[in-house]
Design a protein around this ligand. Structure first.
Ligand code: CA
Length: 235
């Protein structure tokens, strides 16, 4: 099954700092499938240079780097008041090390090995919190979502949504043309801790489809069996 039809998509650009090249590439591929495009840096100096040259939506940072410590990079960024969202992804798993990372200014802390869906969900949360996804307006065909206010428009007409319907359409639009896994949708809609019924996401997909069908929305929400959902332009 091929799932790579993209149209009008604006990927979120990340800097992924990881000296284990194999892991870095695997992670970048997995994130790419979730709508995040990554630049790779394999050391402290590379990362610092890339951060000077390019704008990123977020930084995913390994701490043990061959030419420096990731914590120092966090301190450097925060020292110059850079608000870039930072998620630490490291093998350092003690409470003390977590506290050090968060105290230095990381927004979140993941211990290896971690699940890519969890990283993607945390990225989404951090980016939403900081309002720093690329652009506050997400558009696909005649649909436009103002991510600040949460207002959805079809051909300029407002569509009233519940808060979970809004979260769902935002998640789908951010990865327009890419499959959003059911697991990720559950995490984003219901949080990591709340127990979720097995068809909870389906219920919201169904409601959202109904609302969109009642408008002239030129998009389709497709279910990919056993995988998840994707939104695309209607043909
Ligand atoms: Ca490392």
């Amino acid at each position: 099954m091929r799932l790579t039809v993209i149209e009008g998509e604006r990927a979120v650009r990340l800097l992924l700092v990881e000296d284990d090249r194999e892991l870095a590439h695997a992670l970048a591929d997995a994130l790419d499938r979730r709508g995040f495009s990554s630049d790779l840096a394999h050391g402290f100096d590379d990362a610092e240079q890339m951060l000077r040259c390019a704008q990123y939506a977020a930084l995913i940072l390994d701490l043990g780097l061959p030419d420096g410590d990731g914590i120092a990079l966090i301190r450097l960024l925060r020292g110059r008041k850079d608000p870039l969202p930072i998620i630490v992804a490291t093998a350092r798993d003690s409470i003390g090390e977590r506290i050090t990372g968060l105290d230095a200014g990381a927004d979140d802390y993941l211990v290896k090995p971690f699940d890519v869906d969890e990283l993607a969900a945390r990225l989404g949360a951090v980016l939403r919190r900081q309002g720093s996804f690329m652009g506050a307006r997400l558009e696909l065909a005649n649909l436009a979502l103002d991510t600040q206010s949460g207002d959805l428009f079809v051909d300029g007409a407002h569509v009233l949504l519940s808060s979970r319907e809004r979260q769902l359409i935002e998640l789908l639009l951010r990865r327009a043309g890419h499959v959003v896994s059911k697991q990720l949708a559950e995490d984003q809609l219901f949080g990591m801790t709340e127990p979720v019924g097995s068809n909870a996401v389906e219920v919201y997909v169904h409601r959202l489809r109904r609302k969109l069908q009642a408008t002239s929305a030129a998009v389709r929400i497709e279910a990919i069996r056993g995988v998840g959902y994707l939104i695309r332009r209607a043909q």
